[in-house]
Design a binder for this molecule. Structure first.
Ligand SMILES: [Zn+2]
Length: 324
């Protein structure tokens, strides 16, 4: 019988995002040996499976060494991680992705929500290695979170533990996609940056609109202008930092983790955000100065979800070893 060792194994990792799909071969140390990225097809889930299959076939690393497939999916999964119950951003409901991918690629497959996968990547390959408890927060076009404790991501009674994007941080705040007002997602995700800037420029000449058209500056461009000292962009950064500080205060109060890791595209502005968040937390959290929780940007960058998919597959292999 073949024996697989965690550090020697190679797995196929798939990150199906709202806009992009990444496929890679990852080894047991978290090294991405090869990677392909393509636009995610809209609509038919079967088209996504076909796309991933063709991307996997184009990889040059010999797939005979690959023993399992890990999947990071955008949305809420059922408890065994077999069916994507709902993904409003992708328009997918009740899709049995795990079986579809397993059949298409001829490998055992294991799936989780993409934010949970990021937390697992942090625990396996990042700054979360060796920690007993930490919180992962993704801030990109949406906001998501995952509670990691005792070697696993906490699911909660309804699979929604850690869903910090819909924690209300500002009464009467911006309308969220979920229908409530003032959710962290509506106050701090990428689109919120643009909205907050536009709200300030009602009396301006449109200087904050990109020269090529009428597209408002995105979060990355706003952060760049803030670094150069633009007062309105700095005001947006202050507002977003305050919202994130309120969200993190809730995490610190309820969970008291050893660390909070910030990921997602907006984490690219962590040089602006983290000092402001740290400055606000003492006023929001009991005995903040006595705590040793580290709040940092992830070191995994934009590959966090892909590495999380790999970590899922590697854990699957370990469990398999355990039972044989
Ligand atoms: Zn919401």
């Amino acid at each position: 019988m073949l024996e697989y060792h965690h550090s020697m194994s190679q797995v196929l990792a798939v990150d199906v995002g709202g806009t992009k799909t990444a496929v890679g071969i990852v080894d047991g140390t978290g090294t991405i040996l090869e990677k392909r990225i393509a636009q995610s097809p809209r609509g038919d889930p079967v088209a996504v499976v076909a796309l991933v299959r063709s991307m996997a076939e184009s990889l040059c690393v010999p797939t005979r060494t690959v023993v399992a497939l890990g999947l990071a999916l955008p949305g809420v999964l059922d408890h065994p991680g077999e069916v994507l119950l709902r993904s409003p951003s992708s328009g997918w409901y009740e899709v049995p992705f795990t079986r579809l991918f397993s059949e298409a690629l001829g490998l055992p497959a294991i799936a989780d929500n993409d934010v949970n996968a990021c937390a697992l990547a942090e625990a396996t390959f990042g700054g979360g290695a060796g920690l007993d408890s930490f919180f992962w927060m993704t801030v990109s076009t949406g906001v998501g979170g995952a509670l990691y404790q005792g070697g696993r991501v906490l699911a909660g009674a309804n699979g929604m533990a850690g869903e910090i994007g819909h924690l209300v941080v500002k009464a009467d705040g911006a309308l969220c996609g979920c229908g409530n007002h003032g959710c962290l997602e509506a106050e701090a995700a990428g689109p919120a940056w643009s909205r907050k800037l536009i709200a300030q420029q009602a009396d301006s000449s449109g200087a904050y609109v990109a020269a090529s058209g009428h597209t408002p500056l995105d979060a990355r461009a706003i952060a760049e202008s803030a670094r150069k000292g633009d007062p309105r962009c700095l005001h947006v950064v202050d507002q977003v930092s305050e919202a994130l500080a309120c969200g993190m205060a809730a995490v610190l109060t309820l969970f008291d983790p050893q660390a909070i890791f910030l990921g997602g595209g907006v984490a690219g502005a962590s040089d602006l955000l983290l000092p402001r968040i740290e400055a606000k937390l003492p006023g929001l959290v009991l005995a903040y100065d006595k705590r040793n929780t580290k709040i940092t940007a992830t070191s995994l960058g934009s590959d966090a979800a892909l590495l999380g998919a790999a970590a899922l597959a590697l854990r699957y292999i370990e469990r398999k070893d355990f039972h044989t």
